[in-house]
Ligand binder design. Structure first.
Ligand SMILES: NC(=O)c1ccc[n+]([C@@H]2O[C@H](COP(=O)([O-])OP(=O)(O)OC[C@H]3O[C@@H](n4cnc5c(N)ncnc54)[C@H](OP(=O)(O)O)[C@@H]3O)[C@@H](O)[C@H]2O)c1
Length: 271
């Protein structure tokens, strides 16, 4: 029986399909893009989560499915999963803004279910700080001293694989955060260590930081969404979470994440 993974071209889903394929689990990745290239051994299904009518073939012969949030009302997708004979459903939701409607639908589906609620993805830092760091400029930062608990996308994928293929996750809601609280200043220092040069910080106001994010391609509502968290964390920083009980080892550190992603912060070579 096959595992269907939605978001297979994304940060987390891309790792999940690769892990499952290398473990020999039959896996199918969902994408809207017929030309998408998925990792070796991953079957491709083309479909759109916002239109359940496009998903019948994707669900054919599927025993477990990973969905994620943000794509409108996915109630019909859950109903399709039940009709298709899926036994297990795992939802990549969110710690800060969970999709409670979809979570409720999944809890009441009668399937074995697991909800994953990740907090801030460390990989967001590539889009937020990457442009300045790649250009060798100081990072313009409005909240250098707030502490976050960014989580490595590989750890989120590890939790997903455990929930999709392992025992003991049915009926559980896993909050997934990084293992340590680090200020933005500390995170930027660790990225500097990973790329082998000091990254300076230029303190700016909230509105300037917002304008920078929009210039760097963030839609306005996404920039506001992220900055709202930073404002909240001035007084109420999110506590770290140990993943030991879920995946049998601590989550990866931010220093590790920065080393894994050093090329994304290094100057672009045009040679
Ligand atoms: N970034 C954070 O800090 C954070 C925190 C908590 C939760 N989350 C949640 O985590 C989830 C996954 O994030 P990610 O970073 O792994 O994803 P991502 O890299 O942003 O990738 C988005 C994925 O969504 C797929 N997609 C978009 N619209 C779709 C649709 N209508 N039907 C089917 N597929 C669609 C895209 O596939 P194609 O383009 O190939 O179709 C792509 O694989 C998201 O729901 C996000 O809200 C993120």
């Amino acid at each position: 029986m096959t595992v269907l993974v939605a978001g297979a071209t994304g940060n987390v889903g891309g790792i999940v399909v690769r892990r499952l394929a290398s473990a020999g689990v039959p896996v199918r990745g969902l994408t809207r893009n017929p030309d998408a290239v998925l990792p070796a051994g991953v079957e491709k299904a083309v479909g759109d989560l916002s239109d359940a009518r496009t998903l019948a073939a994707a669900f054919d012969g599927v025993s477990a499915v990973q969905l994620f949030i943000n794509w409108g009302d996915q109630s019909e997708v859950v109903e399709l999963a039940v009709r298709a004979g899926v036994r297990r459903i795992v939802l990549l939701s969110s710690d800060g803004t969970p999709d409670e409607l979809l979570e409720g639908k999944i809890r009441e589906s009668g399937l074995e279910w697991t909800i994953m609620r990740p907090g801030e993805f460390a990989v967001n830092k590539i889009d937020i700080w990457g442009p300045a760091i790649r250009a060798g400029e100081p990072v313009r930062e409005a909240y250098p001293d707030i502490a976050g608990v960014p989580v490595h996308e590989e750890d989120i994928a590890d939790v997903a694989v455990a929930a999709l293929t392992g025992d003991g996750h049915h009926g559980r809601t896993h909050v997934i955060r990084g293992p340590e609280a680090l200020t933005h200043r500390e995170q930027i220092r660790l990225i500097g260590e990973a790329v082998g040069r000091e990254v300076k910080i230029e303190e700016v106001g909230h509105d300037e930081a917002r304008a920078d994010m929009i210039t760097n391609g963030f839609p306005e509502e996404v920039a506001d969404h992220i900055l709202d968290y930073f404002v909240e964390w001035v007084d109420t920083p999110p506590p770290p979470v140990s993943l030991e009980a879920i995946i049998g080892r601590p989550g990866r550190t931010f220093a590790q994440w920065a080393r894994d992603h050093a090329p994304a912060f290094s100057p672009v070579s045009y040679s």
